[in-house]
Design a protein around this ligand. Structure first.
Ligand SMILES: [Fe+2]
Ligand SMILES: [Fe+2]
Length: 214
């Protein structure tokens, strides 16, 4: 089975399967421990707890979208090594998905009801980026990750210093997302035109605003 050729249909089934697990089930357990594990739970004020829960819901929705983007890109990426890199990054995002989900339940709230929508939309956007060409699709990853790093910074600025468990997760995610951006650029990612960056920022604003509440 070493040289098994995966048809487009196999890949579509894989995407559908991954989508179901991402949205409704648990993502595959990664190798890394949850960074929150080394921190005790703090006594949080009600407001701090609600805010942290909402911000983690946004981050979780972002990770659901990341799964979709990477899966969509893997479907249309032309170079096999690009496809492999995308798949590897998607696997690493599984850790983030799991960490966010477990922190969300510790904070006593839930994931976004619109997760299936974020996933499906992102598969389409990812497939489109992959179809346009590998250097653009890698550039798209780099820009997405840079925007995520800025989001994480703004969340860290809002979350109380007492909430060490949430902060430990966000700090590790920030390191990983920065690394994903660097990897994508080193693999040949191109700098995106300013209007595309602006459109991406607008899209992410819609998602973050919505996931804060729903
Ligand atoms: Fe991530
Ligand atoms: Fe990432």
């Amino acid at each position: 089975m070493l040289n098994r050729h995966y048809s487009k249909l196999d890949q579509l089934i894989d995407i559908f399967d991954n989508g179901l697990r991402t949205v409704f089930g648990a993502a595959p357990q990664g190798e890394r421990a949850n960074p929150a594990d080394t921190h005790p739970e703090a006594e949080l004020g009600a407001e701090d707890k609600v805010l942290a829960g909402r911000l983690m819901r946004i981050n979780h929705a972002g990770e659901v979208a990341a799964q979709g983007l990477y899966q969509g890109q893997a479907l249309t990426a032309k170079l096999p090594d690009v496809r492999e890199k995308m798949q590897q990054a998607a696997d690493e995002e599984n850790d983030h998905l799991n960490w966010c989900a477990s922190r969300i339940s510790e904070l006593g709230t839930r994931t976004s009801l619109l997760d299936p929508f974020w996933y499906a939309g992102s598969v389409s956007i990812g497939a489109l980026a992959g179809a346009i060409g590998d250097k653009w699709s890698l550039g798209f990853v780099a820009e997405t990750e840079h925007q995520v790093v800025r989001h994480l910074d703004s969340h860290l600025a809002q979350i109380t210093p007492a909430d060490a468990r949430t902060r430990a997760i966000l700090e590790q995610m920030k390191i990983d997302e920065g690394q994903h951006a660097t990897t994508a650029l080193e693999a040949g990612g191109a700098a995106l035109p300013a209007p595309i960056k602006a459109l991406m920022q607008l899209t992410s604003k819609v998602m973050t605003r919505t996931a804060y509440w729903i």
